[in-house]
Design a protein around this ligand. Structure first.
Ligand code: 26V
Length: 834
């Protein structure tokens, strides 16, 4: 190691030329043993043990570290533009498999452990998922980071280091029980604490204005309760390119300064106890519950993340370029992952004006040319609002700025629509209900230069519906960026059998250029490929069957059609419709009408928000129906229904390679995009789905003959809703009537009267927003077609191959290039592909 000269402005000595570590199995073994004994103090090695996992992570991390330092040196030297992906959620899952893949040392690590008599797969099992997200939105952020590092985009993720991530789900008598997720309990060897980069975050207090000797007014936010934000960095390696980007997660801690008054008054313990309150901020991830409004801690989290991240960026700017912020907007872009970090708009204004001395106009120009907002939902109940009163006491200075933004915005509105008071009221950032509330989505739109949806249909509906007036005012802001998933995790790493088969036929280029999967198309009818394709799928199904047995004690048969729906449990996603189909199949087999049906295993998994009663009732219903089906001798070899417990990222890594049929059955217009749909497609599952979210684009890509379409379209729904009468639909459909009769008669809740009542009422509700009954018949028929198609294994395998072959567009590599081309405008880091 040599010491190099001083860095540009800081005068720090820089240690460079870290001798690069060998990547062969000898070196990895030596380092693993070193950490195992010298750092962790272990004498013997045991299979399936956490210490060995930790030791291997440290050996791997060392190899990331030198590339990480190189990458940040490179970036610092380039003076280029950077994007910050600000998100309350990063659903990273496990990191080891991905790190080994991207460093290209999977085989070497496997060999090293093999020499200790240990199976690398057992070591992977030791890793806790980093479950810092609810579902699609958080996992999307994680896929984005992988793609940015791989294609060489200088993007840093900013998030929160929750002490407890997504709860663990346990079932008790078919009901969901939540348990805390202590993912940090045994230490988390991937993170680097950067205490020297801690920032102070202010809460509460009051605003004062001071005139200086030059008669200028300064705004001071005083008497605040301060909390320390401490960053923990995670490495984000690109695929075989020596780039390592950063995910920076903030953790809350008490400032060391005690409240002196309290301290001197003798309440030493009270003063120390204040520490607790501060640390609460990053204690727990909020589940997507009914509404966030009024939940003070959640707003605290949002502000804490945003303020810490923006201060971090501004601090670096001043270090590197000095106090002049004239070029700041040319070098930064902040992508807001939903409205959760929308408070970044007024917070950047505050920092620029109050801490960096800019005037309103200059600050506003910088803010509105650096902020970009992504919307992830059309559901009105999921749109965030916060009570003005809460802002007032928690963030008084921020509220002042929001009011000022609103005043200036509304004068622009009245120029555009003179004398139209209605539109002023409907577009105002403040909703003047008895309890005044701040509309965070509107704040995000007003403060951003770009507003995007996450699938073509979703973006269109945003502009036609939810944000119509804003799209009228600023059409240039609105755009679409269809979601994707990273094929490194969701094909190369989780489905090694299929990855090997594909690479054998078309070469390895698809790992960084997913469109190359197109080359499989001419081979879709190749008998040799078909046979191997089926063998891989079968092996994946056997692997999942083992996992299901471990989790539930139930044996499922890999020879059956695996019909899979895994995602958060929500009425709009219509797991209920899926269960109605399961009951229908049960009924058909019972009445002796099941002979043409392929043996089927229906797998449903997902978590319900702890406060979402209906979703929890649906879980109970799935489990009750499953209990009857799985113990009925008449169903043996024909039908099984499994509720997959504690579904998470690692669960999906086993599930999506094993699926035959992918259930994407939300009510049209409700699912913004979906990303599970893309993972299944990539792994050769055929979709049964509605024209919703990215399903529309999936169907276009694969061709309508390779997709089982059903259900009302967005355009049809309003007319049907006019005189919607589920009971008459039930009465006029013999199959539906029989299904409801079984359910009504308590066939699935013999000793638990009324436990299904609310769910059944919802089906019959004339105001059912999810219109389950309206799509019943179409769904049953589409399932029938899917079942028939599966009986012809050659035809099915062709469809399966064509699904994988057509999934190129759904790589986040493409998504990130789209963001970069239209929104960020970053220069790609030259990639080392040697
Ligand atoms: C939040 C809430 C909270 C209130 C109760 C109901 C409810 C329902 C959904 C949500 C989710 C809001 C944001 C979100 O997670 N959107 C998801 O983002 C994914 C990535 O873009 C996308 O694929 C999913 O379709 C979308 O639901």
């Amino acid at each position: 190691m040599t010491v190099r000269s001083e860095t540009e402005n800081t005068g720090d000595m820089e240690l460079l030329n870290l001798s690069s570590l060998d990547m062969d199995s000898d070196a990895i073994l030596a380092d693993t043993i070193h950490y195992h004994s010298r750092m962790l103090g272990r004498r013997t090695v045991r299979r399936q043990e956490h210490f060995l996992y930790q030791a291997l992570v440290h050996a791997t991390r060392d190899r990331l570290m030198e590339r990480w330092i190189e990458t940040s040196n490179l970036l610092q030297g380039r003076h280029g533009k950077r994007a910050c992906y600000i998100s309350l959620e990063f659903l990273m899952g496990r990191l080891l498999r991905n790190a080994l893949l991207n460093l290209d040392i999977t085989e070497q690590a496997g060999e090293a452990l093999g020499r200790l008599g240990v199976d690398l797969e057992d070591i992977h099992e030791q890793e806790h998922d980093a479950g810092l997200g609810n579902g699609g939105l958080g996992r999307l952020a994680a896929c984005f980071l992988d793609s940015c590092a791989t294609i060489g985009l200088p993007v840093i993720g900013y998030g929160l280091r929750y002490h407890f991530g997504m709860f663990r789900q346990r079932l008790e008598n078919g009901r969901q029980m939540e348990e805390p997720d202590s993912w940090l309990r045994e230490g988390y060897p991937w993170e680097i604490e950067r205490i020297e980069r801690a920032r102070v975050i202010k809460f509460g207090g009051r605003v004062v204005r001071i005139r200086d000797s030059m008669a200028r007014t300064h705004v001071d936010w005083v008497d605040t309760h301060d909390v320390l934000a401490i960053p923990y960095d995670l490495p984000i390696p690109g695929y075989k390119n020596d780039i390592v980007n950063t995910l920076r997660l903030w953790s809350a801690a008490a400032t060391d300064e005690f409240d002196l008054e309290e301290f001197n008054a003798g309440s030493y313990t009270d003063a120390v106890a204040a520490k607790n309150e501060a640390e609460n901020i990053t204690m727990v991830l909020y589940p997507n519950a009914e509404t966030d409004s009024g939940r003070e801690l959640r707003l605290r989290q949002q502000y804490f993340l945003v303020s810490a991240s923006l201060q971090d960026i501004l601090h670096d700017w001043v270090l590197q370029y000095g106090p002049d912020l004239g070029q700041f907007a040319n070098k930064h872009c902040f992508q807001l992952n939903d409205t959760h970090p929308a408070i970044a708009v007024p917070e950047l204004m505050r920092l620029l004006m109050d801490d960096h001395g800019l005037g309103w106009d200059d600050a506003w120009k910088i803010t509105t040319s650096t902020m970009a907002y992504t919307n992830h939902t059309l559901l009105p109940e999921a749109l965030e609002t916060w009570p003005v009163a809460l802002f007032e006491q928690m963030l008084p200075r921020v509220l002042e700025i929001i009011y000022e933004i609103n005043a200036r915005f509304l004068s622009e509105v009245s120029l555009r629509w003179p004398g139209n008071l209605d539109i002023l009221g409907s577009m105002s950032l403040i909703q003047e209900t008895p309890e005044k509330i701040v509309r965070m989505a509107y704040l995000a739109i007003v403060g951003s230069f770009s507003v995007n949806g996450v699938a073509e249909l979703h973006s269109r509906l945003l502009q036609k519906g939810l944000f119509r007036d804003f799209a009228g005012l600023w059409p240039h802001k609105f755009n679409n960026k269809t979601n994707g998933v990273t094929q490194r995790r969701w094909l190369a790493a989780c489905n090694p059998g299929l990855a090997r088969l594909i690479t054998g036929r078309i070469g390895p280029g698809w790992v960084t250029d997913l469109d190359q999967l197109e080359r499989l198309k001419p081979l879709a009818d190749d008998a040799g490929l078909q046979e191997e394709w089926r063998a891989v799928k079968h092996a994946n199904k056997a692997r999942l069957a083992d996992d299901i047995h471990t989790r539930t004690g139930i044996y499922v048969n890999p020879e059956t059609l695996f019909d899979v729906q895994v995602k958060r449990i929500h009425e709009y996603k219509r797991q209920l419709l899926n269960v109605l189909h399961a009951v229908h199949l049960y009924d058909r087999i019972q009445r002796g009408d099941g002979d043409g049906l392929p043996p089927r295993t229906i797998i449903i998994g997902g978590k319900a928000a702890p406060g979402y009663e209906m979703a929890k009732n649906i879980i109970k219903m799935i489990n009750n129906v499953a209990a009857v089906i799985n113990t009925d001798p008449a169903m043996r070899g024909r039908l099984q229904l499994i509720f997959y417990p504690d579904y998470n990222v690692s669960g999906m890594e086993l599930i999506c390679p094993a699926a035959d049929l992918s259930e994407q059955i939300s009510t049209a217009g409700k699912e913004a995009s979906g990303t599970g749909n893309m993972k299944f497609m990539m792994n050769g599952a055929v979709t049964i789905g509605t024209l919703d979210g990215a399903n529309v684009e999936i169907r276009e890509a694969v061709g309508e003959e390779n997709f089982f379409l059903f259900g009302l379209t967005v355009d049809e729904i309003p007319a049907v809703m006019e005189d919607y009468d589920p009971q008459s639909i039930i009465d006029t459909d013999e199959d539906f009537a029989r299904v409801m009769r079984l359910l009504d008669n308590g066939h699935f809740n013999r000793f638990e009267p009324h436990v299904l009542d609310e769910v059944l009422e919802a089906v019959r509700d004339t105001a059912d927003p999810w219109m389950t009954a309206a799509d019943f018949r179409a769904f049953i028929d589409a399932q029938e077609s899917a079942g028939m198609a599966y009986q012809d294994q050659q035809h099915w395998t062709r469809m399966s191959i064509l699904n994988t072959a057509s999934s190129g567009r759904f790589s986040t590599d493409r998504t990130m290039r789209d963001y970069n081309r239209d929104i960020w405008g970053l220069d790609e880091i030259p990639v080392n592909t040697s």
